[in-house]
Write a protein that binds this ligand. Sequence first.
Ligand code: FPP
Ligand code: MG
Length: 330
Amino acid sequence: MSLFPETDHLLPELAGRLEAVAACFERELVSDLSSVNLLARHVEKYRGKMLRPTLVIASGFAVRTGAPPSRVIDESLNTLGAVVEMIHMATLVHDDVLDEASMRRGGATVNSLRGNETAVMLGDFLISSSFRLCSTVGEPWLNTELGAMTSQLCSGEILQLSHRGDFNLDSETYFDIIRRKTGVLAGACCGLAARLAGADPIACKALRIYGEELGMAFQIQDDVLDLVGDETVVGKTLGIDLQKGKFTLPLVTHFSRCSADSRDQTIRAVERCDVAEVLRLVESTESLVAARETAEALVERAKDQLEILAECPARQLLRAIADATIEREY
Ligand code: FPP
Ligand code: MG
């Protein structure tokens, strides 16, 4: 269950902790209704690498070097891991409705199997379950912070929707969208885990920024893969961003660099959803390379935030996760 097997040696406890997170996740979603249980089992297949719980556990460990072990903190971190994974699942189920996507993690999406109504309600079930579970930690500030985070997340999606089909979308707005829709959740995983583990505000802030920048790099890579990825490797429906008029960094950069003729040609290719032609044009202004470089720069900035922490296996793992975020092809 570990994120990347090659990093297993960095935090030997991680696999066991992720098992505990998965068990907590499964327990929380048990219902008295078999129809709900069936859907919950389906969503468990989306869990994949458990990046977000891994960020929670690694951040908690990274700020506790030298401190005596605490069962209360360990259990709180496990619960937070399950909470953030549940929030993440809720966003994916709702996102697939918005995107009309048919495939996720190599399997059918809930909306394609059971329709939009069921998918919307399942997302709501997951989000409300996550907040019930979160309240069992007994730290009211945690619910407040997570509520603020999910509001930001939704505002990112609303901002993205308000710019659908906008060929004048600028990079500043694009970065605002991806910070809200992806960055803040990863930032919360790290910053809130650090606070739960008793870190000082400076370390909590550094870890939150680490997570936010890593999350943004992750989203840029996701956006690049939506254009250049192979569906059988990525395991989800690709090419959706163009179809849905969600213009992402490669295209935004291209429009800021290309000639008026190339702009018209690109708009026509986007309107035909001709991914190959859009790619050819975007590559002509080296905008795909530029997007990758931006993701690399975000990863470097994320890793710089870790400098204030004492060197330890968890810090090494956080560095390795940052690098892997943009190396992935899936
Ligand atoms: C992935 O976008 C989507 C997100 C990171 C956020 C989606 C959030 C919502 C739909 C709001 C719902 C919020 C709650 C709290 C239930 P993408 O389409 O670029 O990624 P993909 O390629 O994985 O589909
Ligand atoms: Mg999507």
